[in-house]
Design a binder for this molecule. Structure first.
Ligand code: ADQ
Length: 463
C-alpha cells in the first residue's frame, strides 16, 4: 500500500490532547491510525526567510513543519486564506477584503511549501492536501515535476459560481483544483456547486459519468462527509469529572437544565444569533426563568483579522446585556467562556447538557454536532438543535433543524427541545447515532484513500 503524505496549513501537536480546530482533530486521529507523513506550517513566524524545517516523529507519523515569514503570514494566512477565501466560501462576500498582494503571498507560500516537501516524497507516495489554504499545492508540485497521485479535501463549503466569481482569481482556483486526481467535498450541495461551475465554465470537461476530463487528465469529484472517531468520543464522554458531576447534581436539585454551545469564535458560527434566540426564548417563556442556563464555550481564533475582533466585542456586549436583563443574584442565564476546553472535559460537558446548540450561518460540516450526539447517554439523551446551513444537516435530519437567521423560530425550537418527552429523545438519538457512525472518521479516511489509490495519477495523462 502507498505511503500517505498529508499536507495541511497547520500541523498540530500530536502529543497534545486539546485541539480546537476540527481539521486538526480529524487528521491527527486518521494519521495516528495509519502512520505516514504530515507536512505544514509549524505555527511560528520569523522576520526573515529561513529553510529551517522541523522534523519530528510521533508514533508512526513523521511530522515535517516549516515556519512562515511575517510577510507570508500576513499575505497568505491572514490575507488571502482568511480575509478572502474563508468569507467568500462561507457566502460572506460583504466581508471579503481582496488585495492583489494577498494572492501573490498565497501563491508564493504554496510554491515554497511544494518545494520544501518535494525532497521528502518517495516514488509511489500519495499526497493528500487539505483545505482552502492550499488549493494550488498540486499545481505547484506538478510544476516541479511530481507525478504522484494527489487528492484534495475541502473542509469548508463550496459556494455557487456567482459567489466564487467575486474573487478575481476564481478561474485559476478551479483550474488548480482540477490538478488533483480526487477532489472531495463535505455535502452534495458543495459537490453540485463545483460540478456546475465546471460544466458552465470549462467546455466539455464534465463527462456523463460524473468524471471530469481536463487537459488530458481525469479528475474524480465526490461527496464524502467527514466524521469523528465515534467510539473514542463516546468513551471519553463516559469518564467522570468531579466538578462537572457536582455542577450536574446542583442543577438537578435546582431543576435547572443546560444548553451547550461549543465553537471557535468565528462569524460563520452564528453565535450572536444564538444569544438573541436564547434571549427571545426567555422573553416568550417567562416560566423558564431560573430553570435553564446557556453555556457557550468559544475560544478566540484569528484575532489578527478585523472581523474576528469585532465579533468578540459584539458577543461580550450581548451576553452582558442579556444577563443584565434576565439574570438574578442566584441565576446567570448565559455563561460565556473564552478558553479552549480539553476534549475529555468537553465530551463530559456535552453528556451533561440537555440541549446541544449548533447553529452556524454556514459551515462545511460541523463536528461539534456529531460529537454532541456521540456523547449522549442513549437511555436519557439530550436534544440536538442544528442549523439547516451546517453541512451536518444533510445527514442529521433527526435533529431539530432551524434557520439560524430566524431567532424567533430558534427560540421556540430550544424551548421544544427542553420539554421533549423521553421516548422521542431516545428515538431521535438512536437514528442520529446511526448516521454519525456511518461517517466515522475511519470510514471517511479509508474511503478517500481508496479513491486516491484507484485514481490514475499523472500517469493517467492521455497518450
Ligand atoms: P472548524 O470550523 O474548526 O472546522 P468544527 O467542525 O465544529 O469546526 O470543529 C471544531 C472541533 O474543535 C471539534 O472537534 C470541537 O470539539 C473542537 N472545539 C471547538 N471549540 C472548542 C473549544 N472551545 N474547546 C475545545 N475544543 C473545541 C472546519 C470546518 C468545519 C468542518 C471541520 C472538519 O469549518 O465545517 O466540520 O473543519 O472538516
Amino acid at each position: 500500500m502507498s505511503r500517505l503524505v498529508v499536507v495541511s496549513n497547520r500541523v498540530a501537536d500530536l502529543r497534545q490532547a486539546t485541539q480546537s480546530g476540527g481539521l486538526a482533530v480529524a487528521i491527527a486521529d486518521a494519521l495516528k491510525a495509519k502512520g505516514g507523513v504530515w507536512f505544514g506550517w509549524d505555527g511560528n513566524t520569523l522576520e526573515n526567510e529561513t529553510e529551517k524545517l522541523g522534523i519530528d516523529r510521533v508514533g508512526d507519523v513523521d511530522v515535517i513543519s516549516s515556519p512562515l515569514t511575517v510577510e507570508d503570514y500576513s499575505q497568505y494566512y491572514i490575507g488571502y486564506a482568511n480575509s478572502v477565501l474563508w468569507p467568500l466560501f462561507h457566502y460572506r462576500v460583504d466581508l471579503v477584503d481582496y488585495r492583489p498582494q494577498y494572492f501573490e503571498g498565497y501563491m508564493r507560500v504554496n510554491g515554497k511549501f511544494a518545494a520544501l516537501l518535494k525532497p521528502f516524497l518517495k516514488q509511489g507516495d500519495m499526497v493528500w492536501v487539505h483545505d482552502y489554504h492550499l488549493i494550488p499545492f498540486a499545481e505547484r508540485l506538478r510544476a516541479l515535476g511530481c507525478r504522484h497521485k494527489m487528492g484534495f479535501f475541502l473542509h469548508i463549503p463550496f459556494p455557487p459560481a456567482d459567489i466564487i466569481a467575486a474573487s478575481p482569481n476564481h478561474a485559476y482556483l478551479v483550474e488548480a483544483l482540477l490538478q488533483y486526481d480526487v477532489v472531495g467535498f463535505q455535502t452534495s450541495t458543495d459537490l453540485n456547486n463545483f460540478n456546475r461551475y465546471v460544466e458552465e465554465n470549462i467546455p466539455d470537461a464534465m463527462g456523463a459519468d460524473g468524471v471530469i476530463r481536463c487537459g488530458g487528465r481525469t479528475v474524480r469529484a465526490l461527496r464524502l462527509p467527514i466524521g469523528i472517531d465515534v467510539a473514542q468520543f463516546t468513551e471519553l464522554a463516559e469518564k467522570t469529572f468531579e466538578d462537572i458531576n457536582i455542577d450536574h447534581m446542583r442543577r438537578a436539585i435546582l431543576r435547572q437544565r443546560q444548553i451547550v454551545g461549543v465553537d471557535r469564535l468565528d462569524y460563520s458560527k452564528g453565535i450572536p444569533e444564538r444569544f438573541e434566540a436564547f434571549s427571545r426564548m426567555l422573553h416568550l417563556h417567562p416560566e423558564l426563568e431560573k430553570t435553564v442556563t446557556f453555556l457557550q464555550i468559544a475560544p478566540p481564533t484569528r484575532e489578527d483579522v478585523t472581523a474576528y475582533a469585532e465579533i468578540r466585542m459584539r458577543l461580550e456586549g450581548l451576553s452582558g446585556s442579556i444577563n443584565g436583563k434576565f439574570g438574578d443574584i442566584d441565576w446567570v442565564p448565559i455563561r460565556y467562556i473564552h478558553r479552549p476546553v480539553p476534549r475529555p472535559r468537553l465530551a463530559a460537558m456535552f453528556r451533561s447538557s440537555e440541549v446541544g446548540l449548533v447553529t452556524p450561518l454556514r459551515d462545511g460540516m460541523n463536528l461539534v454536532a456529531k460529537e454532541y450526539v456521540a456523547a449522549q447517554d442513549p437511555a436519557d439523551p439530550g436534544v440536538l438543535v442544528l442549523s439547516q446551513f451546517a453541512g451536518a444537516a444533510e445527514e442529521l435530519e433527526d435533529a431539530l433543524i432551524v434557520n439560524p437567521h430566524d431567532t424567533e423560530e430558534m427560540g421556540e425550537k430550544m424551548e421544544l427541545a427542553l420539554r421533549m418527552p423521553l421516548e422521542e429523545r431516545q428515538n431521535r438519538h438512536a437514528r442520529l447515532l446511526d448516521r454519525v457512525k456511518q461517517s466515522d472518521v475511519g470510514i471517511w479516511m479509508e474511503t478517500f484513500i481508496d479513491q486516491l489509490e484507484g485514481a490514475g495519477g499523472a500517469d493517467s495523462v492521455a497518450a
